[in-house]
Design a protein around this ligand. Structure first.
Ligand SMILES: Nc1nc2c(ncn2[C@@H]2O[C@H](COP(=O)(O)OP(=O)(O)OP(=O)(O)O)[C@@H](O)[C@H]2O)c(=O)[nH]1
Ligand SMILES: [Mg+2]
Length: 285
């Protein structure tokens, strides 16, 4: 961004270079066209020729785009237990993120229970139990092969009985195009509601920033079957440019709530739009 805006004046090349850069940074065609259309229109209308002015306008435009689409009720944990269901395709970081989230809330002083809803993969329960032991967070689990919905049913009842403030349910990775797996997720959702009609208060879709625009297809299909309340974009510490966040927020109107920035327990951050956009430029507004 800085090198594109390093010229003294605005000319037609800048629009083309911006378009290429946004596409290469995973903004996707729809968000890229929308951003450039508004940028170009206003630059020409307001007769802006100074790149310093243009860069400030461009940053403001990006920020506005994220903030207007990024509306959500922030959870206040009034109703307890506050149930968070973690969903997503294989390997995107669901289990790690569930534990990072649990740790994050624990540090804020909340009582948290984790539930091992992934009963498919042989190592899945062990992975969660081990992480729970490491960070002193209780984990409810049943042996591998148990019905996932029955684990969830017992976990919600236990969280109610023990008056836990937050219950975070990890689930098995499922391909968005495998119908029976998506139906199983709907069943888990129904079972939670049976125990606690207002729950799950949050359904977080975990998306891997490293796979770029493929995430959009995943998010479209998941949200056509289950009400996703927010997304957590992981692996932003890698080579991913992060433009995918604009597509998620703009095209799908799914707010990005947290971002994963590494493999360590503290590598989870509340998504901050302004900080995120600043990261594209290395220049503060
Ligand atoms: N660099 C980096 N790695 C991450 C991040 N989040 C998760 N990972 C890594 O991604 C890998 C998969 O993480 P898991 O949490 O096991 O993923 P999952 O979605 O639960 O996987 P399945 O249960 O097999 O579907 C692990 O090696 C994690 O350490 C992140 O934000 N940054
Ligand atoms: Mg997992």
């Amino acid at each position: 961004m800085n090198s594109i805006f390093s010229n003294k004046t605005i000319d037609k090349h800048i629009f083309k270079e911006l378009k290429n850069l946004l596409l290469l940074s995973d903004f996707g065609v729809v968000a890229t066209e929308k951003i450039l259309y508004t940028f170009k229109k206003n630059i020409l209308k307001k007769n802006i020729s100074d790149t310093k002015v243009a860069i400030i306008y461009f940053k403001t435009l990006l920020l506005k785009m994220l903030t207007t689409s990024q509306k959500f009720e922030y959870c206040c944990f009034e109703e307890i237990p506050f149930v968070i269901l973690i969903v997503g395709v294989n390997g995107v970081g669901k289990t790690t993120t569930a534990v990072k989230l649990a740790y994050f809330y624990k540090q804020l002083g909340h009582s948290v229970l984790l539930a091992a809803g992934d009963t498919f993969r042989s190592a899945a329960v062990d992975q969660l139990v081990e992480l729970g032991l490491t960070y002193d967070i209780p984990v409810f689990s049943k042996p591998i092969g148990s019905d996932s919905a029955s684990v969830v049913f017992d976990a919600v009842n236990l969280a109610i009985k023990q008056e836990k403030k937050i219950l975070i349910i990890d689930t098995a990775g499922r391909l968005h195009n495998k119908n029976h797996l998506i139906q199983e997720l709907q069943k888990i959702n129904r079972v939670i509601k049976k125990c606690l009609p207002i729950a799950p208060q949050e359904i977080f879709l975990i998306l891997d920033a490293g796979i770029g625009q493929n995430s959009i297809q995943q998010a479209k299909i998941f949200s056509s079957h289950i009400k996703i309340t927010g997304s957590i974009v992981t692996k932003l510490d890698g080579t991913a440019k992060g433009g995918i966040i604009f597509s998620i927020v703009n095209e799908l109107m799914i707010p990005v709530r947290y971002i994963g920035v590494g493999e360590k327990i503290k590598d989870l951050q509340l998504f901050n739009q302004k900080k995120f956009i600043d990261g594209f430029f290395n220049i503060k507004l």
